[in-house]
Design a protein around this ligand. Structure first.
Ligand code: SER
Length: 325
């Protein structure tokens, strides 16, 4: 990776990934692709940014031509809960946007990183130790776009030789930019509320297990797979990656170790509960470990200690408040 475009660079993952890529590959070599949302000062002042609407082929083509990119990290996407509310938008961004990026990558010989998700699985998938290659019949629009995206990426590699690689991310937890309308967002919100109010009302039921990952590992996964020796990759796309699996009770108990007065009750959202129940309890990520050395750093207790420390500082410093994508 030498000249890199990050689409969706104001989103939860994109905002931190762009900054890390700038550290490694040089500020001027990493362009923050933003759609309508304004970039943060940090993103805007540390390197180039461009307005790129991925749903417009010309817009993607123009920016790739202008900078002569060799790599696109395509983070622009609609998350699961918003996708259920706005299926048209989800199809347009997650599928037409991806198609445009792959077409432009084919034309200009760019490598591409495409995140898939635990959402690519569904109720008929084996939900424990979910294998790398298994049944994928999701019943959400988000899942439909993610499975279709995985297939499209495989097709572009096999048919046209586009070097497209990707992982299936679990719920991502971070303390900088808030997630934008996912099912796993509770695992971020709970930390904010624990610090601010010492209580949290959870929209998922106790006993709902989901895979999760802390942002530094999420960023590491994207960079490591793009830097992996292609000769060792048997799958290329959609590698299961996870760092931990928990339910709301387990994360609450972990927070209570630092904030003993923290309490949690439940007000279950049937839409997000149904989505969560159709997703794995815990994925088997051995293919990623074997093929490109995936090895996450943070478990639940290390992540919780870091989240509480960073958020406590941020919440007490108003100009460092988390951003909404
Ligand atoms: N975090 C995502 C969501 O909840 C899953 O990929 O939509």
């Amino acid at each position: 990776m030498k000249r890199i475009l990050v689409t969706g660079s104001v989103g939860q993952i994109g905002s931190e990934l762009t900054m890390e890529l700038r550290k490694i590959y040089g500020n001027d070599n990493v362009v923050a692709g933003v759609n309508r949302t304004k970039p943060s000062e940090t993103l805007r002042d540390s390197g180039p940014f461009e307005i790129v609407d991925c749903t417009k082929m010309d817009a993607v083509n123009d920016v790739v031509k202008k900078y002569n990119f060799d790599t696109i990290l395509h983070l622009a996407a609609i998350l699961s809960a918003v996708a259920e509310a706005k299926p048209n938008l989800a199809w347009n961004v997650n599928i037409n946007g991806l198609y445009n990026v792959l077409e432009v990558a084919r034309e200009h010989k760019c490598a591409v990183f495409v995140p898939s998700s635990i959402g690519a699985f569904g109720p008929t998938t084996p939900l424990d130790d979910t294998p790398q290659d298994t049944i994928q019949r999701p019943n959400t629009m988000y899942g439909v776009t993610k499975v279709s995206g995985e297939l499209l990426c495989d097709y572009y590699y096999k048919r046209f030789g586009v070097d497209v690689r990707g992982v299936r991310y679990p719920g991502i937890i971070s303390n900088v930019t808030l997630p934008g309308g996912g099912t796993t967002d509770y695992a971020v919100e709970i930390y904010y509320e624990a610090i601010k109010k010492k209580k949290y009302t959870c929209y998922l039921r106790a006993g709902t297990f989901l895979d999760m990952m802390y942002m530094p590992d999420c960023i590491k996964a994207a960079i490591d797979i793009m830097e992996a020796d292609p000769g060792k990759l048997k799958h290329r796309n959609a590698f299961n990656v996870t760092a931990m699996s928990f339910d709301p009770e387990i994360i609450a108990a972990e927070i209570r170790k630092s904030i003993p007065e923290f309490t949690m009750d439940y007000d279950v959202d049937p839409v997000r509960q149904a989505i969560a129940e159709s997703w794995p309890n815990n994925m088997d990520d051995s293919a990623a470990r074997e093929e490109w050395g995936w090895d996450p750093t943070y478990d639940l207790s290390a992540m919780t200690a870091d989240m509480l420390e960073k958020l406590t500082e941020r919440i007490s410093t108003p100009d460092k408040q988390a951003r909404t994508p």
